[in-house]
Ligand binder design. Sequence first.
Ligand code: AGP
Length: 594
Amino acid sequence: MCGIVGCILKDDDKKVAPILFDCISKLEYRGYDSIGLATYDGNMHIKKDKGKIEEVNNKLDLADMPGNYGIAHVRWATHGDPSKLNAHPQLDEENTIAVVHNGIIENNSEIKANLIAEGHIFKSDTDTEVIPHLIQKYMDEGLDLEHALRKTIDILQGAYAIAAVSSNEPDKIVATRKDSPLIIGISDDAYYLASDSPAILKYANDIIYPEKGEIVILDKNDVVVHDEFDNIVHKEIDTINWTPEMAEKEGYDHFMIKEINEQGTAVRNTLTQKDNIQSIIDDLGHVSRICFVACGTSYHASLTGKYLLESLAGISTDVILASEFKYSAKTLDENTLVVFISQSGETADSLKALDIANETSKTLGIVNVVGSSITRRAQYVIQTQAGPEIGVAATKTYVSQLTAIYLFAALMAKNYDLVDELDKVPDYIDEVLENVGSIKSMSKRYNYAKDFFYLGRGYSYPTALEGALKLKEISYIHGEGYAAGELKHGPLALIDEGIPVVIVIPPGDSHRKTMSNLEEVKSRGARVLAFGADDDEELFNKAPEVFPINRNVSEIIAPLVYIVPLQLLSYYITLEKGFDPDKPRNLAKCVTVE
Ligand code: AGP
């Protein structure tokens, strides 16, 4: 939702602002309607405004601020419009305390009313502003910054990662979290905090993960973590293997197209998890039912998991949207395996569901971000190996999730032929990517459309759903995915002259029936864009537009390959329409609120 960073340099004479600016710029995918920094050099310095990072920086020169420590924020507005006043850092009345916050303070209205009754004057419409006011109140009562923050979070309800500095207690940053991500980075010459690792990869690879309710105190000599009883907690230091280049565009115009092009590698790297997955399966014991829980793209990956596990391993499998999970959790038992699929590992809906599932069942997280909350709370973890994904639209993490799910299902079913077949997927993906020219020209012919339909059957049905989601989230064209056989039960009424219909039609059992659906929409005037095998003569005869995919991509592995041209189509249509595919309006990469 938002991104926060903080940094304290050991060298008093060095300026932190260029580092803070660099770090917070790497979190633009978490929020891009406002940016702000606070630094301290004996005086508190604040620069903030609404607008994209580049726009605000052109106006304010954010890297030019004095002081060797500070905090920064990128905002994705929830409470209060994007505006200079609502941008973070938020301040107390005397501008002595600066706070950056990611999350939502659910009881902010009540706290604010109480503080106003006590004489506090508020300037913004944010939920966050209550935090510096509470800290100020408790510091005025005699508490130090750390204990004022502790007392503050005793009152707060909701989700938060918070960092605060105070000019009454200089040379220190305090931070805490509950249900929003926060990591601490350690290097030889500085300490860092951040919402996500891409922010600090360039500076620090040694990472501490604070738990809910712990207070972290960073000064130039040390990082100290206190638990809720004020005891010092000795935290393990993990090392992140991701490189700074992984979080750069490396010559591509956008992260999204870079990440689409990295999908062969992402699959190849995730296939290395085979032995880990086998040992999880060996350890699981009896599983009579599997229940996938996820949101958005991760939900679509889960749907493919249902088809695989039911047809290959014969295990009854459900797929539940994480936000709906609490309404159906009552049927879980100790023989149910609840699988959480998540790129970020921080999605609030999924985390809530995980807490419920942990009470009754075995839980497994399939997660991309190392050290994220799901990886720490699930009983078993499969780490997808996509590397950092910055584009808001998930691409390489989707095929990585699918790869992990395929391995899991194939190993559960002891279907080693399928395990072997997965090795060919990276090459099939690379073949699709080489044919990008035909997708570019397709995008020029279809960017006029207001609505798109995506049809697929069986394994290709989730691909249709994911193709439609990719289109709508970045191009703002209405895209609807349907099981092809469902069309005649209602949506066919919407098919009209010229409406584009994407048909996912790999060779296999569902081919004949999907071909009938193709005829159905074509005879009603739809413009069919088919994605099928390169030797499918019938398809070439019947569909006016066919994107050919290697004939050896079987129906069962098609989801791993056929999604790639659909991602490319969305990307190039979005460019045709003049939108930024990396920063779709109203969306953020990591949804840490319910
Ligand atoms: C995908 O393009 C979206 N950005 C979104 O649907 C995403 O998949 C969803 O919010 C779930 O996120 P997660 O995988 O990090 O849990």
